[in-house]
Design a protein around this ligand. Structure first.
Ligand code: GRF
Length: 208
């Protein structure tokens, strides 16, 4: 892993409400955190995630699949838009698109998933955990690879499933834990580096 900038430059990708993004923006307001969100990108217009970036004075960009002649063209456009901000790290925080292999070669990309990987991958982690009847679920931060929520695990946090939970209540409780996990892990990476060897991820001392 090459040396990170100081503060580390982060591009965050969002598709929705952007509460994970907001948690990162709030953390980055402290210079001791060691990271800076240099841009926020989205695959759609008019979302609260972009409004949060606007309010924080952070540049935004949008790449909508439907505006490109092919998915491949969109992939390249997304890469170019991200590359313009020279990030050390890309954080996909509720971004609802899979990115290409080329993108992943170009940028170290982390994603947060609202379940304890490798359980319950895909779009409905909280629902699937509830339907399966697990008593503990949680959130996972991982290095994105070619699969769906399959990459090397950076951090995880457990969340208890309550008997009266519905999907929304469970997901909201997961998101509270998820935001804290994301802020903690991204800060430690920004300050101490990250190394990924096979499936083993190390953060901090000696990882750079
Ligand atoms: C998070 O739970 C994320 O893991 C999932 O969608 C949610 C996004 O929330 N993929 P937000 O947009 O950060 O509020």
């Amino acid at each position: 892993m090459p040396e990170l900038s100081s503060p580390a430059r982060i591009v965050v990708l969002v598709s929705g409400s952007g509460t994970n993004l907001q948690a990162l923006l709030d953390a980055c307001a402290e210079s001791s955190y060691g990271a800076r969100v240099v841009a926020v990108g989205a695959d759609r217009d008019g979302i609260e995630g972009l409004a949060r970036a606007d309010r924080a004075g952070i540049p935004t960009f949008v790449a909508r699949v439907e505006d490109y002649s092919s998915r491949d063209h969109w992939n390249r456009a997304l890469s170019d838009k991200v590359a313009a901000f020279e990030p050390d790290l890309v954080v996909s925080a509720g971004f609802m698109k899979l990115v290409s292999a080329d993108f992943l070669e170009q940028f170290l990309t982390l994603n947060t998933h609202p379940a304890l990987c490798p359980s319950f991958p895909g779009m409905h982690g909280p629902r699937d955990a509830l339907e399966h009847g697990v008593k503990v679920t949680g959130a996972t931060l991982f290095v994105v690879d070619a699969g769906v929520d399959t990459g090397p695990i950076v951090a995880q946090v457990p969340v208890e499933v309550r008997e009266d939970d519905d999907v929304e209540a469970l997901h909201e409780r997961i998101k509270t834990a998820e935001r804290a996990m994301l802020v903690d892990a991204v800060g430690r990476i920004a300050r101490g580096g990250i190394s990924v060897e096979g499936r083993r991820v190390r953060i901090g001392a000696g990882a750079r």
